[in-house]
Design a protein around this ligand. Structure first.
Ligand SMILES: O=C(O)CCC(=O)N[C@@H](C(=O)O)c1ccccc1
Length: 369
């Protein structure tokens, strides 16, 4: 395809409740959507998962917005017959900015697949019609509030809960939740809040029969994670450390992880996400789909990705209602009994809720080529 028009739209979405992690608290999402139109009139949607501040990674949404406009779009528009598989090679000269690149690739891939009449799940190699999903629970102000929030999700049918932890909020919340739900699938996410000096303390988490402990140490400390893996029985899962298929192979070879959280935005897109899935499968390392508080566009695409065979652990693809009063798509993804149905329509398989999109829009710009 040849790109003829690209719209960059910024929206402000209030969260149904504040979401606190070890690196900050979000009360609303500053969302960047990219919509591409090709020379045959087909359009595709991409969602940039970068936060409003560079706290999860070095990217932030305004930086991604500028980078897409100034550096990515001119390169993509110059390709006369662009395919989604050519996006990453075309943008390879631009260093980093995986979330910006992922949004651009997602929009081109959506347009391509809508034209072909092929769903994203089928294109990626989905083997399931529905995927097991869990819910991510932020750091709460008090233990009773945490337990009450978890109870709500268990009643809603979720069968896997992920608790955010940090130094000073780890053992007690786990004890409170585990005593209330002795048999529930439970895991924790530290978002890099600990160091190897905390190994003896982190070993206490082994008492809670967790599925995994996610990213306890800084993203560049593979050696530390490998050392920690020798001292814990709980499997180590990496998130922020895994930025490509090559980094996944390195982490596995070094013994830094035995499970991988795959987030398409973090790794540059759904095609690299599939490569990571394949590398992990080749090493017998299970994967699951992480979340970045996506809207219905990203949640639909993540559900398709999570239908690949080596996604054997529940992903952070909770229903849209976990985060949004009303979603940006007309068919918001809702979990039923802990499962999410894989979209079957062409491309992402979801359509924009245009009136609501317009109401939440802060700014929009259209670039023609
Ligand atoms: O369900 C979701 O979409 C969020 C899952 C989740 O906890 N994401 C965390 C993470 O570190 O994995 C996150 C939160 C905020 C911003 C970035 C990432």
């Amino acid at each position: 395809m040849r790109l003829t028009e690209v719209e960059l739209r910024r929206l402000s979405l209030p969260l149904v409740r504040p979401f606190r992690t070890s690196f900050g608290t979000e009360v609303k999402r500053d969302v960047l959507l990219i919509r591409v139109v090709n020379d045959r009139g087909a359009q595709g949607w991409g969602e940039c998962v970068a936060d409003s501040a560079p706290l999860y990674s070095s990217e932030h949404v305004s930086g991604a917005h500028m980078l897409i406009r100034q550096f990515l779009l001119p390169r993509l528009a110059a390709v006369p017959e662009l395919t989604a598989h050519q996006v990453a090679p075309t943008l390879a000269a631009i260093k980093g900015h995986t979330m910006a690149k992922a949004a651009a690739e997602m929009a081109v891939l959506d347009a391509e697949l809508r034209e072909l009449g092929v769903s994203l799940g089928r294109h990626l190699g989905a083997v399931r019609d529905a995927v097991s999903v869990g819910v991510s629970v932020g750091i709460a102000d008090t233990l009773p509030e945490l337990v009450e929030e978890v109870e709500g999700y268990v009643e809603a049918g979720y069968r896997r809960v992920k608790l955010k932890i940090e130094p000073g909020w780890d053992i007690a919340p786990l004890a409170a939740v585990r005593s209330k739900f002795p048999d529930m699938a439970l895991q924790v996410d530290a978002n890099r809040a600990y160091t190897l000096a905390d190994a003896a303390h982190l070993a206490k988490l082994d008492a809670f029969d967790l599925l995994l402990i996610e990213q306890p140490l800084p993203e560049d400390d593979l050696r530390g994670h490998a050392e920690l893996a020798q001292r814990l029985t709980t499997p180590i899962c990496l998130d922020e450390s895994i930025v490509s298929a090559r980094s996944a192979a390195d982490a596995i070879a070094l013994g830094a992880c035995s499970i991988v959280n795959i987030k398409p935005g973090r790794v540059g897109g759904y095609l690299e996400a599939r490569r990571i899935h394949d590398v992990c499968a080749a090493h017998g390392v299970p994967v699951w789909c992480g979340g970045m508080l996506e809207t219905g566009f990203g949640r639909a695409a993540n559900t398709a990705l999570a239908a690949l065979p080596n996604f054997t652990l529940p992903g952070d693809i909770s229903g849209s209602d976990r985060y949004w009063h009303r979603d940006l798509v007309t068919t918001p993804a809702l979990a039923h009994d802990g499962y999410m149905t894989v979209p079957v329509g062409p491309g992402l398989g979801v359509e924009p809720d245009v009136p609501w999109l317009e109401e939440l829009t802060v700014s929009t710009e259209t670039i023609s080529f």
